[in-house]
Design a protein around this ligand. Structure first.
Ligand code: ATP
Ligand code: MG
Length: 428
């Protein structure tokens, strides 16, 4: 029988790649903690209505990309395409919005039925952060500072650029919508099909079009940032002043209209040219109306989500290596129980030691072959001689240092010196 393959656009992360993922996840988690964000974990499946309401009709996600299905009770459910809607549902459901100032982050798989290609999968991973109840521009500035610091700590800052725009408030967008429609109506024949439809349903979304002819038309369109009211304008000016003061570089991109309906005021994206066409690694903005749309009291909010696959690709493009090869490979003569005993004693004392024990036995030649294949630095040999003398022979598998014989009792200290203390505590 033919073996089955994974679903198109949904990828395995193999053991050889997991060290890189863990490295990235650990760095992100630590940084969130340093900024006072607490992790929240929400279900992968929500009611479909949650997303249609929050993300909005006329968006790519709701129109074409949702994995929605009827469960056995006939309820319409959906694999989450993004995290914010579920986080808002959760914090409302559990009454976490009082007092104002809740800061949470999440991480995990998201699902969108789009055309798989480089940088675009059907199951992909996002990490996001959200702040609720605070409307000051300093909140926007701090979130952007967090992102900026993360790129620096991941070593990718030279590849990313911050783009910034303001969408104004609801009334601003209503007025702008009229101006945009008046501009596009006379040239509607030159728009792509999706954009023509959006001209009726959700004209701002036309800015999300990736069709070059549409993009070209939009270049001379009226700009939303010129239509925003005093409140939003002051907010934006104050934000850019703070970014200037902190030395955070940005480019104002008037065509930046985030694809989800709930955004207002500040929107931003970090983009890179190093990954080809799918160049946005992190995107976010303010969503002061979203909590209300979801049935809560009016509560401002702001957040962002980063695409973890794209981030990792950038990190790897910088040449970073992720090795978690074992420190040592323990082999020897029968019985295997002698090896198990020594291995457990070493693990008791040295929680940072990555040790593999040969459990298959057989000839020394075969065991040394497995030791080499394991990637371990050292082979620890417990042969008949060593067993009798209470010693262990240590052989360098990567260099040609002479073999050493170490007393069993002293082996732990010897390894600790050899690995420069790196076996004291679990490595990160
Ligand atoms: P795009 O315009 O590229 O479709 P988007 O507006 O749909 O992006 P967001 O919903 O803002 O993307 O998601 C935030 C980030 O998540 C993106 O910047 C990207 O890094 C990542 N992302 C989104 N969709 C995918 C996908 N299908 N595969 C991999 N990463 C993705
Ligand atoms: Mg998309």
């Amino acid at each position: 029988m033919k073996s089955l393959q994974s679903v198109r656009g949904m990828h395995d992360i193999l053991p050889s790649d997991v060290a890189a993922w863990q490295w990235l996840e650990e760095r992100v988690a630590t940084l969130m903690d340093r900024y006072g964000f607490a992790e929240i974990r929400i279900p992968l499946v929500e009611k479909t209505e949650l997303f249609t309401r929050a993300i909005g009709q006329g968006t790519d996600v709701v129109e074409k990309e949702m994995y929605a299905f009827d469960d056995r009770n006939g309820d319409s459910l959906c694999l989450r395409p993004e995290g914010t809607a579920g986080v808002v549902r959760a914090v409302l459901q559990h009454g976490l919005l009082n007092p104002p100032g809740l800061k949470v982050w999440y991480s995990g798989p998201m699902f969108r039925h789009e055309r798989p290609q480089k940088g675009r999968q059907r199951q992909f991973h996002q990490t996001g952060a959200e702040v609720f109840g605070l409307d000051a521009p300093a909140v926007d500035a701090e979130l952007i500072a967090l992102g900026t610091r993360l790129w620096r700590e991941l070593g990718i800052e030279r590849h990313v650029e911050l783009e910034l725009n303001s969408l104004g408030d609801r009334d601003d967008r209503a007025r702008y919508r009229e101006a945009l429609v008046a501009f596009l109506e006379p040239v509607r024949d030159q728009l792509d099909e999706d954009s023509r439809r959006r001209l009726e349903t959700n004209p701002l979304r036309i800015f999300d079009s990736k069709v070059p002819t549409t993009q070209a038309l939009l270049e001379s369109a009226p700009r939303l940032i010129d239509h925003i009211g005093d409140g939003a304008r002051e907010h934006f000016r104050s934000l850019t002043d703070m970014l200037d003061a902190e030395g955070i570089a940005y480019r104002i991109n008037p065509g930046l209209v985030r694809g989800l309906d709930y955004y207002c005021r500040t929107v931003f994206e970090w983009t890179t040219t190093a990954l080809g066409a799918q160049g946005t690694i992190c995107a976010g903005g303010r969503y002061d109306d979203l909590v209300e749309i979801q049935g809560g009291k009016p509560t401002p909010g702001i957040g962002f989500a980063m695409g973890m696959e794209r981030l990792l690709e950038l990190v790897k493009a910088e040449g970073k290596q992720f090795a978690n090869d074992p420190h040592a490979f323990l082999l020897g003569t029968e019985p295997v129980a002698a090896r198990l005993g020594l291995a457990e004693a070493l693990r008791d004392s040295w929680p940072g030691l990555r040790l593999v024990t040969d459990l298959q036995g057989g000839s020394f030649k075969a065991q040394f072959k497995r030791a080499d294949r394991s990637g371990a630095r050292l082979a620890l040999v417990l042969g008949e001689q060593e067993l009798e003398a209470g010693t262990v022979s240590v052989k360098d598998l990567k260099g040609d240092a002479p073999q050493e014989t170490v007393a069993r009792q002293a082996l732990g200290d010897w390894l600790c010196r050899y690995f420069d203390g790196g076996v004291h505590s679990p490595s990160k």
